[in-house]
Design a protein around this ligand. Structure first.
Ligand SMILES: Nc1ncnc2c1ncn2[C@@H]1O[C@H](COP(=O)(O)OP(=O)(O)O)[C@@H](O)[C@H]1O
Ligand SMILES: [Mg+2]
Length: 249
């Protein structure tokens, strides 16, 4: 039997001696879309950061496996190279770097190349921008300078498309997404999955609306640093009506 794409086993993690994740278990198979919901402060963004290998957090127990390989102690760039992608919520504005220049660097790093021709990246990028119904002028925009919420989302989806991750983590918790931006994320994920059906997606969100559009295979509830319930879309509906009270101690 094939290994799961992502297997998180009894994961505990802390920052500054504060325990945040407390025995978290999660399995995502190739081609599946999983949503993680949970109250503010539950540890959702911490989980995203820990999966990417952020040095801010210390893993104190447990394991993270990618396609059967233990990556718990891997550096972030090694994980990116292995196919883990994290779309950041609030990337710093990088002055003077255009979308296409940034992508050229990121794709080269993912593929383990020193350099990649601008032409090659541009061709791929134009193709994806057409598929994703983005204006071609977007390629020349400077990264995050005056990006609207929707443009930030376009940039993230474009990165996800071009970097060809095996596992994409999208943390959409508190980025103040309007309906347009939600649609960009949902349509973008659907479009990329059409091309790359084995992509596993882990979406962190508060928004029922995004889940309606995304149609996740599995919904998880994260409370106090662990997954306390997993199920189908009915779980998201339950959260919408009753909040997280039923799962909080
Ligand atoms: N770098 C950090 N240092 C100390 N505490 C942190 C750090 N990051 C997160 N926390 C704490 O961990 C808890 C979970 O945070 P977070 O993962 O951002 O929650 P969520 O994304 O579910 O709202 C919060 O109580 C938060 O204050
Ligand atoms: Mg968060």
């Amino acid at each position: 039997m094939a290994n799961p794409l992502l297997e998180v086993i009894d994961l505990a993690a802390s920052a500054d001696d504060v325990q945040i994740l407390n025995g978290l278990n999660l399995t995502v198979n190739a081609g599946e879309v999983h949503a993680i919901m949970g109250p503010n402060g539950a540890g959702k963004s911490t989980l995203s950061s820990v999966l990417m290998g952020s040095p801010v957090y210390q893993v104190t127990e447990g394991q993270i496996k990618l396609d059967g390989e233990d990556i718990t102690l891997w550096a972030p760039d090694a994980r990116a190279k292995a196919g883990v992608f994290l779309a950041f919520q609030h990337p710093e504005a990088i002055g003077g770097v255009s979308v296409v220049q940034f992508l050229r660097q990121a794709v080269a790093a993912r593929k383990g190349l020193d350099e990649l021709s601008v032409l090659e990246v541009r061709m791929d990028m134009m193709e994806w921008m057409e598929r994703l119904k983005m204006d071609s002028a977007f390629a020349e925009r400077h990264l995050n300078e005056g990006f609207s919420g929707g443009e930030r989302k376009r940039n993230e989806i474009l990165q996800m498309a071009l970097l060809e991750p095996t596992l994409a983590i999208l943390d959409e918790t508190d980025s103040g997404l309007d309906i347009d931006a939600l649609q960009i994320v949902a349509n973008g994920v659907a479009t990329v999955r059409q091309e790359r059906p084995d992509l596993g997606v882990l979406v962190v969100t508060h928004y029922q609306r995004l889940l309606n559009e995304l149609n996740p295979d599995v919904v998880h509830i994260l409370v106090d640093g662990r997954i306390v319930a997993s199920g189908g879309p009915e779980l998201a509906a339950e959260v919408e009506t009753n909040g997280y009270e039923a799962w909080q101690s």
